[in-house]
Design a binder for this molecule. Structure first.
Ligand SMILES: [Fe+2]
Length: 225
């Protein structure tokens, strides 16, 4: 199903999340299931290597229920069209960034692609709750790296795109980027979620909010030091 603001909040355990690092920019695409035996999956940020991702979904023997996008930089959306067409899964896209998905090659730097454009079935602004593949996702507006950036929060897990990395944070020098806005988004995540929450970022390694709060130099600014 899609957006259901009335969905009841039944306790869920943390989902099974598998990472696939794809493409020349080494972007992390994630396949998320309610547990390791679930027959439905969500794909987050299919950035490149569509065939590899489709083979992985086949190997897991899952039906893809939705494709979620944190933001529309090319390295996160390069494989959206082929994966969506092959799986018939609807795509959920940040509303502000939809123009980047509907005209992908206009925004791709020389030497990358070609990638195919796609018209997303659902547009999100943040604040929605999605119930997909047996997992409740809160959609959180986390701009700063890009203007419409979203973080998808599942129980015990944040699919945080390019907001927060292991030991670093997202760059703000691309169009629509803004440091103070990014800091505010980081503050939202740190304030709202437990230290034990696993962070699945769009690049580099998986971490936890607590680890980043303790060791990430960019988060010191949040603490005022
Ligand atoms: Fe990005």
């Amino acid at each position: 199903m899609s957006i259901d603001p009335q969905a009841s909040r039944t306790p869920q355990s943390a989902p099974d999340v598998r990472a696939f690092t794809v493409g020349p920019v080494q972007e992390n695409c994630y396949v998320v299931r309610a547990d390791a035996h679930a027959t439905k999956a969500i794909v987050v940020d299919p950035g490149d290597e569509a065939e590899r991702l489709l083979q992985a979904l086949d190997a897991l023997n899952v039906e893809t229920e939705a494709i979620l996008l944190t933001h529309c930089h090319f390295d996160h959306i390069g494989a959206v069209a082929p994966v969506a067409q092959a799986t018939k899964a609807p795509v959920y896209c940040p509303k502000i960034e939809q123009p980047l998905l509907t005209d992908v090659m206009r925004w791709v730097p020389p030497g990358f692609g070609p990638f195919e454009s796609y018209d997303a079935e659902h547009l999100l602004a943040g604040g929605e709750r999605l119930s997909l593949a047996g997992i409740d996702f809160d959609v959180i507006f986390t701009p700063g790296h890009s203007p419409g950036h979203l973080t998808y929060a599942a129980p015990g897990a944040l699919l945080s795109g390019d907001v927060l990395f292991q030991g670093s944070v997202g760059r703000v020098d691309l169009p629509g980027g803004d440091w103070d806005t990014l800091l505010a988004s980081l503050g939202t995540l740190v304030d709202r979620f437990d230290e034990e929450t696993t962070v699945y970022p769009g690049h580099m390694g998986i971490t936890t909010l607590g680890r980043e709060r303790a060791t990430n130099p960019f988060l010191r600014e949040l603490a005022g030091s």
